[in-house]
Design a protein around this ligand. Structure first.
Ligand SMILES: NC(=O)c1ccc[n+]([C@@H]2O[C@H](COP(=O)([O-])OP(=O)(O)OC[C@H]3O[C@@H](n4cnc5c(N)ncnc54)[C@H](O)[C@@H]3O)[C@@H](O)[C@H]2O)c1
Length: 240
């Protein structure tokens, strides 16, 4: 493993935390950026991992976080942080909610990536999108729009930044994290909905954050050295 410095956004929980752990386990120096202050304590518990409280909507906080990292090439960037508050159809989405989702999921990715590219002479970037980027889903207009944009951004950037930088996208399906639990809690019968989703999957189990972390790790490894601009769906077969 020759990746030394790895940045993971939204690393305080769920998929981001599992991904940060995966790279730290492989010996990388991992910097997690998250607006949740719990990221600091995690840094004390996981060898090789340091956390910085940082809101991705704030470019000054991002720059300060990267400054703390010192000099040297940033080898890997995982754009993972994302939100989906009050999911709704387009008419049910207020302009405030629409702008908030775009600000974190899309513009936040733009801001972090732009800052990191100043420090990445060679390396690899993964954008965490969603299967909702590829298939329709009711009441998720703004979220799906941002996740679709990340797929397009991945393809566009792969052409701009090769051969030195590979850029790929991972589209998770239903993964058991806080975000997924929030979705279930909005349903009339959360446990029935959990079971309905699970049974519909060819692989008959919901995703774990580690399932996504392993896919991300593969795409960043030398085993994927001829893969760029691609979308890897990791969804238990939901979209098969
Ligand atoms: N869980 C799923 O089923 C699922 C499915 C498809 C895609 N995804 C995507 O995977 C990514 C991770 O999702 P998760 O389920 O682990 O979510 P999560 O809600 O469990 O964790 C997201 C983390 O991002 C952080 N975050 C949010 N906004 C931020 C901001 N502005 N600045 C800094 N940090 C911020 C949160 O504090 C949190 O620690 C998201 O982009 C999500 O859209 C998740």
């Amino acid at each position: 493993m020759h990746y030394k410095t790895v940045i993971v956004t939204g690393a305080a929980a769920g998929i981001g935390l599992a991904t940060a752990r995966r790279f730290a386990k492989a010996g990388a120096r991992v910097l997690g950026l998250d607006c949740n202050p719990s990221i600091i304590d995690l840094g004390k518990k996981i060898p090789g991992f340091a956390g910085i409280v940082c809101d991705l909507t704030d470019i000054e906080e991002i720059r300060a976080g990267l400054h703390d990292l010192g000099t040297g090439n940033i080898d890997v960037l995982i754009n993972n942080a994302g939100i989906n508050p009050s999911p709704s159809s387009l008419p049910g989405t207020s302009e405030t909610v629409w702008n908030g989702i775009l600000e974190t999921n899309l513009t936040g990715t733009y801001k972090v990536t732009r800052a990191v590219l100043e420090r990445m002479n060679r390396g690899t970037i993964i954008n965490i999108s969603s299967i909702l980027a590829l298939s329709g889903a009711r009441n998720n207009a703004a979220y799906a729009a941002t996740k679709g944009a990340l797929v397009s951004l991945t393809r566009a950037m792969a052409r701009d930044h090769g051969p030195a930088i590979r850029i790929n996208c991972v589209c998770p399906g239903a993964v058991q994290t806080d975000m997924f639990e929030k979705y279930l809690n909005r349903c009339d019968e959360p446990e029935k909905e959990r079971e309905r989703i699970r049974r519909a999957l060819p692989l008959q189990r919901l995703g774990k954050p580690e399932d996504i972390a392993e896919a991300v790790f593969f795409l960043c490894s030398d085993s994927a050295s001829w893969i760029t601009g691609q979308v890897l769906v990791v969804d238990g077969g939901d979209s098969a």
